[in-house]
Write a protein that binds this ligand. Structure first.
Ligand code: HEM
Length: 155
């Protein structure tokens, strides 16, 4: 199915590119809520929602790419034959897979170790350290994903 951004990419690829545009500001908002407003409950709710949105997006995207492939859409790009597209994809996948695993661990550990409703406690130290790593990982995942999208389907 054709995408809606007017590039060579498929509908699912376009959807994931736009979804990441929504996910990053939402993540920033959630961190602002917990850090500045000390609104732990809304931070928790937003992070759980983001976890579900990301899981659904990744699954739908994987199914689309595995069923229909993507290389035929990227072949017209000057960066495809030179290997640039595959190189960036390699970097993107390394960052994305590591971040997905870490994200899941941070989410499950937070759910198990913070009180219900959540508030700072013995788990805070671990959570603050690794949740920041996961947040920067998600940012890097989006940026490398956008670079890949541009090189493969726009250029
Ligand atoms: C992958 C999911 C999550 C990410 C990326 C994330 C991100 C963050 C970040 C970056 C901070 C530190 C803010 C600062 O520097 O002060 C933080 C704090 C906090 N988060 Fe999360 N969070 C996630 C999930 C959750 C969940 C599910 C809960 C509740 C069950 C939770 C509860 C808290 C609490 C209570 C704090 C405050 C800790 C303290 O300052 O003592 N987080 N989170």
């Amino acid at each position: 199915m054709d995408g809606f951004l007017g590039t060579r990419a498929s509908f699912m690829l376009d959807l994931v590119v736009v979804a990441m545009l929504v996910v990053l500001p939402t993540l920033a908002g959630s961190i602002y809520l917990v850090r500045v407003k000390r609104n732990y409950l809304w931070h928790k709710r937003i992070q759980l929602l983001l976890g579900v949105v990301l899981a659904v997006a990744v699954t739908a995207f994987e199914v689309d790419v595995r069923l229909h492939g993507w290389t035929h859409l990227a072949e017209p790009s000057p960066y495809y034959a030179s290997g640039g597209v595959n190189w960036v994809l390699g970097v993107h996948l390394a960052v994305a897979v590591t971040t997905t695993v870490l994200w899941f661990v941070v989410l499950v550990r937070a759910w198990r170790n913070f009180d219900h409703p959540p508030c700072p406690g013995p788990h805070s130290r671990w959570h603050r350290r690794w949740a920041w790593v996961a947040s920067w990982g998600m940012t890097l995942t989006a940026i490398t994903g956008w670079v890949f999208y541009y090189l493969a389907f726009v250029a």
